[in-house]
Design a protein around this ligand. Structure first.
Ligand code: HEM
Length: 410
C-alpha cells in the first residue's frame, strides 16, 4: 500500500517554517499522524466544521491532556502533574478546556467585561500607553542606535493592559512575563521541570492570594467580578478563579506580543504594504486583520473526539486527538488568492486566527485594538523601522513569534 509521509509538526525543522508542511497537509485533507497520535485538520472548511461541533470535537481533555502527553517522557508522572499544577487543579474548570454546559456558564462570567462598549473605554488607555512606549523606543534608537521592539513595545503594551483590566499591579510586569513564558514553555519538547515548576507554583500562589483577598474585599476589577460570579447558583471555587486569571494573563499576553512582532517582519518582507499603511494610517485596522490571517501567532490547538464522526469525507474515530491548524487554514488557497502574500485589504474569505464558534477568542477586540493603535502610532508619525540586528524567533507547534527584534530607524 502506498504510504504518504506526514510532516512532523512537532519537529524543530517544521516549527522553524511550518508553511510548507501546512500546504502539504491541506493537500491531504484530514489525516492521522501516527507518530504523534493526532489527526490533523489543515483545510479552512475542515477547521470550521470541527469548531462548529464542540460536543463532537471536545475541548475537555483535548487542550491540556494532549499537550501534557507531549511534554517529555515523564507524562503521567507526579513530577509532571506538579509542573502543570494538575495535582492542585482537581475538579476546577478552565473555560478554554471545557465543553457546554460548563463552558456556557463560565463564558457568561467574563463576557460582560469584554463587550465592545467596555473595550472602547480601554482605547484611551491603549493609545496613551502606546504613545509613551513609542516615544521611549524612538529615544532609545536615537541615543543607542537601536532598540528592541519586543521588549520596548510588544511585551509591555498587552501585559500592562491585561494587568489593569484584571486589577493586579502592572509593576509586576516582569513576574507576569516570566510566568506566562514558563507556561508557554511547557509547549516545548524539552523543559527544565524544576525551573518551570517553580515559576508556575509562584503564579498560582500569587493569584490564589489575590482571589481570596477580592472575595473578602471586592474592588472594581475583573478578578473581583470573577470571584463574585455565581454561574451555578454558587461562587466558583478559588482554584477556578485562579485558572481564569492565568488564562486571561497568558492568552492576553503572548498572543498579542507575537502578533506585533510577526507583523513587523511581514512589513519588512512586504515593504510596499508598509508604505501603503504609512501613507494612509486609516488602513491600520485592515492591516491588523490581514496580519492575523498571514502571521497570526496561534498555529494550532487541540480537541478530542467524543464519538465516531466524518469530517471532510474522512472517518475519524471516537477518542482521537485532533489538531486544529488555524494558521494552515488561514493560507488555504481554496479561500485566499495568493495566500502567501501579505496584502492589506485583500478581498474574500474570513480568517480563523481567533478560532470560531463557542470558543471564539474572548480577547479578539482587545487584541485588535492593541495592535491597531501601535500601527497607527508608527504610521502617523512616519517611523520607518529597519532591522537593527538579527531577530530571535520563538516557535513551537502552538505559537509562533519573536522574543527579540532589534530595530533602528531607516
Ligand atoms: C492576537 C491575539 C490573539 C490571538 C491570535 C488569539 C487566539 C485565540 C484562539 C485561536 C482562541 C480559540 C481557542 C479554541 O478554539 O480552543 C482563543 C481563545 C481565547 N482567547 Fe485569545 N487570542 C488573542 C488574544 C487574546 C487576548 C488579548 C485575550 C485576553 C483577554 C484572549 C483571551 C482568550 C480566551 C479567554 C479564550 C478562550 C475562550 C473560550 O474558551 O471560550 N485572547 N484565542
Amino acid at each position: 500500500m502506498e504510504t504518504t509521509s506526514i510532516p512532523d509538526l512537532f519537529s524543530p525543522e517544521v516549527t522553524a517554517d511550518p508553511h510548507p508542511a501546512y500546504r502539504a497537509l491541506r493537500g491531504l485533507g484530514p489525516v492521522r499522524d501516527d507518530a504523534n497520535n493526532v489527526w490533523l485538520l489543515a483545510r479552512h472548511a475542515d477547521v470550521l466544521d470541527a469548531l462548529h461541533q464542540p460536543t463532537v470535537f471536545s475541548s475537555e481533555g483535548g487542550f491540556g491532556e494532549f499537550l501534557a502527553g507531549r511534554i517529555g517522557p515523564a507524562a503521567g508522572s507526579s513530577e509532571r502533574a506538579g509542573v502543570l499544577g494538575f495535582d492542585r487543579i482537581g475538579d476546577a474548570r478552565l473555560m478554554i478546556a471545557s465543553d457546554p454546559p460548563d463552558h456556557t456558564k463560565l463564558r457568561r462570567v467574563v463576557s460582560r467585561p469584554f463587550t465592545k462598549r467596555r473595550i472602547a473605554a480601554w482605547e484611551e488607555m491603549a493609545t496613551g500607553l502606546t504613545a509613551t512606549l513609542v516615544d521611549q523606543l524612538v529615544e532609545r534608537i536615537r541615543d543607542e542606535g537601536s532598540a528592541d521592539l519586543t521588549k520596548e513595545l510588544a511585551v509591555p503594551l498587552p501585559v500592562t493592559l491585561i494587568a489593569e483590566i484584571l486589577g493586579v499591579p502592572s509593576s509586576m510586569m516582569a513576574d507576569f512575563r516570566r510566568w506566562s513564558d514558563a507556561l508557554v514553555g511547557t509547549l516545548a519538547a524539552e523543559i527544565d521541570v524544576a525551573e518551570v515548576g517553580a515559576d508556575l507554583a509562584e503564579m498560582s500562589a500569587f493569584f490564589f492570594t489575590v482571589a481570596e483577598q477580592r472575595r473578602r474585599d471586592p474592588k472594581d476589577d475583573l478578578i473581583s467580578a470573577i470571584a463574585a460570579a455565581t454561574p451555578d447558583g454558587e461562587q466558583l471555587s478559588t482554584m477556578e478563579v485562579v485558572l481564569f486569571c492565568i488564562l486571561l494573563l497568558v492568552a492576553g499576553n503572548e498572543t498579542t506580543t507575537n502578533l506585533l512582532g510577526n507583523l513587523q517582519h511581514a512589513f519588512w518582507d512586504h515593504p510596499d504594504q508598509w508604505r501603503r499603511l504609512r501613507d494612509d494610517p486609516s488602513l491600520a485596522a485592515a492591516a491588523v486583520e490581514e496580519g492575523l490571517r498571514f502571521c497570526g501567532p496561534v498555529q494550532a490547538l487541540f480537541r478530542r473526539t467524543t464519538q465516531d464522526c466524518v469530517l471532510g469525507g474522512v472517518e475519524i474515530p471516537a477518542e482521537a486527538n485532533v489538531g486544529v491548524l488555524f494558521a494552515a487554514a488561514n493560507r488555504d488557497e481554496a479561500v485566499f488568492e495568493d495566500p502567501d502574500r501579505y496584502v492589506i485589504g485583500r478581498p474574500g474569505g474570513e480568517h480563523v486566527a481567533f478560532g470560531h464558534g463557542i470558543h471564539y477568542c474572548l480577547g479578539a477586540q482587545l487584541a485588535r485594538l492593541e495592535t491597531r493603535v501601535v500601527l497607527e502610532a508608527l504610521a502617523e508619525r512616519g517611523i520607518d523601522l529597519a532591522p537593527g540586528g538579527p531577530s530571535v524567533r520563538t516557535a513551537n507547534t502552538v505559537l509562533q513569534g519573536y522574543t527579540s527584534i532589534p530595530v533602528t530607524t531607516a
